[in-house]
Write a protein that binds this ligand. Sequence first.
Ligand SMILES: Nc1ncnc2c1ncn2[C@@H]1O[C@H](COP(=O)(O)OP(=O)(O)OP(=O)(O)O)[C@@H](O)[C@H]1O
Ligand SMILES: [Mg+2]
Length: 249
Amino acid sequence: MKTIAFINQKGGVGKTTCTMNIGAGLSKLGKKVLLIDLDPQAHLTYSLGIEAHTLQNTVYNLLKGLCRVEEIIITRNGLDLIPSSLELSGAELELSSVAGREFLLKEALEEIQNYDYILLDCPPSLGLLTLNALTTAREVYIPLQTEFLALQGMSKLISTVDIVKKRLNKNIEITGIIATRFDNRKNLNKEVVEKIEKYFGSRLFKTFIRDNVSLAEAPSYGQTIFEYKENSYGAKDYLNLCHEIINRG
Ligand SMILES: Nc1ncnc2c1ncn2[C@@H]1O[C@H](COP(=O)(O)OP(=O)(O)OP(=O)(O)O)[C@@H](O)[C@H]1O
Ligand SMILES: [Mg+2]
């Protein structure tokens, strides 16, 4: 079982798009996948066509110990999801004085075993929810937009992972960097990719996710890219990336 957190405290870099479509791609390739929406914006939940505000139980209730994990998993087209909702925005504050607050998610998921991949979509911050992802996961994937300032904030993110590794989870590693919204026609994009490669070396996946309008449209239909437009560049890129992820072992 591989547990991977998608983290970047910068907003709008493709964390949710990556979590959803890598999850869907791995599932298409026969893997059993659980997605966890850890963002109070609940974009992953809504993007999969689930009306977060109508749900009884979400990851918020799970973190507060108010329900069991089996009660909140939603199965949708072969993909399992632990949904989020806006309520989660209060969790950082409400849970800030709870003993063991960094391990609430890890403990709640303890019974879960029968997945090949668990993918965690994190909010654009390095607060308590992201910390919970870092104690639960073994791997961190960082999506980076191939634009100006892509690497801004990376030293803060890397030092946060280092601190967690020292104090809370010795297994955590940054193992994958995903270049997103790549446009081959733009020189700036190519220069940024070179910089990212210099910085992260072989951890940068060889498959770049191109800028593709279908990827931006699919969530408004509540669909993954494979459901929405199977022949799009977006679907091709994410499927290639999934092959790369599986081949890394
Ligand atoms: N390869 C792509 N081509 C075109 N649009 C994309 C691509 N990847 C993501 N987008 C769009 O960019 C926007 C931001 O992506 P996304 O929501 O995945 O980022 P995020 O890092 O999860 O944001 P947040 O920090 O708010 O959670 C979305 O509107 C999404 O549809
Ligand atoms: Mg997001």
